[in-house]
Design a protein around this ligand. Structure first.
Ligand code: PRP
Ligand code: URA
Length: 228
């Protein structure tokens, strides 16, 4: 894991498995089923790195051979996906941490302004959360992640780690500027945004690729005069 600047709270994974799997996601010929599987695998790897500082307490256990001192996680983790693409990131971490509470934040980007529009929020009580993983595969302008952190902090949830797959420099800078305390864990930092706010080279629309909702270009119906 590379900390782009040791004081910056931005962690881009350098693990070969992560780099390999991001490359699979980027490819247009990776279909919905494979895309979902690879997101699952990648999120597990990123969560492993992002949760490396979880606190432990000692626990005495009895093995078939003897008694020994083990360790158990002592912090309560909440997973909060940003709808809808973040939903594809919940299960791989929930499998690792079955006690985690799940919150939901509904945001979509206005296609004209690229500003986030909030439509839903249901969060676990802040006094039951020690650390919150905010899940969204794409950090583009950063508007959605900033809005989600605002919502989390308004609810009283303070310790937040953003977990994403691909980020643009603009999104990293905006999230870090508004919420410098939020750790940003990503699989890849890309080059830039295009004029429609998409990450380049990126992977396209993460929600559409996860849920198979990409609308193909409609077939051109020839005008009547051509239909002879
Ligand atoms: C995508 C993505 C992020 C957001 C990132 O969601 O999943 O939530 O865009 O863009 P930003 O950094 O510029 O805010 P989208 O708005 O397409 O909604 P969807 O997941 O419902 O498709
Ligand atoms: N949302 C996506 O799904 N992809 C992008 O490249 C930017 C925003």
């Amino acid at each position: 894991m590379k900390d782009s600047d040791s004081s910056s709270n931005v962690f881009e994974s350098t693990h070969p498995l992560v780099r390999h799997k991001v490359t699979v996601l980027r490819q247009t010929d990776t279909g919905v089923r494979r895309f979902r599987e690879v997101v699952w695998e990648l999120v597990g790897l990123l969560a492993y790195e992002a949760l490396a500082d979880l606190a432990l307490v000692e626990k005495q256990v009895t093995t078939p051979l003897t008694q020994t001192t083990g360790h158990v996680i002592s912090e309560r983790v909440a997973l909060v996906p940003i709808l809808r693409a973040g939903l594809g990131m919940v299960d791989p971490i929930w499998n690792l941490l079955p006690e985690a509470q799940i919150g939901h934040i509904g945001l979509y980007r206005d296609e004209e302004t690229l500003e986030p529009v909030e439509y839903y929020s249901k969060l676990p009580p802040a006094d039951q959360v020690d650390v919150c993983l905010l899940l969204d595969p794409m950090l583009a302008t950063g508007g959605s992640a900033v809005a989600a952190c605002n919502i989390l902090k308004r609810s009283g949830i303070e310790r937040i780690k953003y977990l994403g797959l691909i980020a643009a420099p603009e999104g990293i800078a905006r999230l870090h500027e508004v919420h410098p305390d939020v750790q940003i864990h990503i699989a890849a930092a890309d080059c830039c945004l295009n004029d429609r706010g998409y990450i380049v080279p990126g992977l396209g629309d993460a929600g559409d690729r996860l849920f198979g909702t990409k609308v193909e270009e409609p077939a051109r119906i020839p005008p009547v005069e051509e239909q002879t």
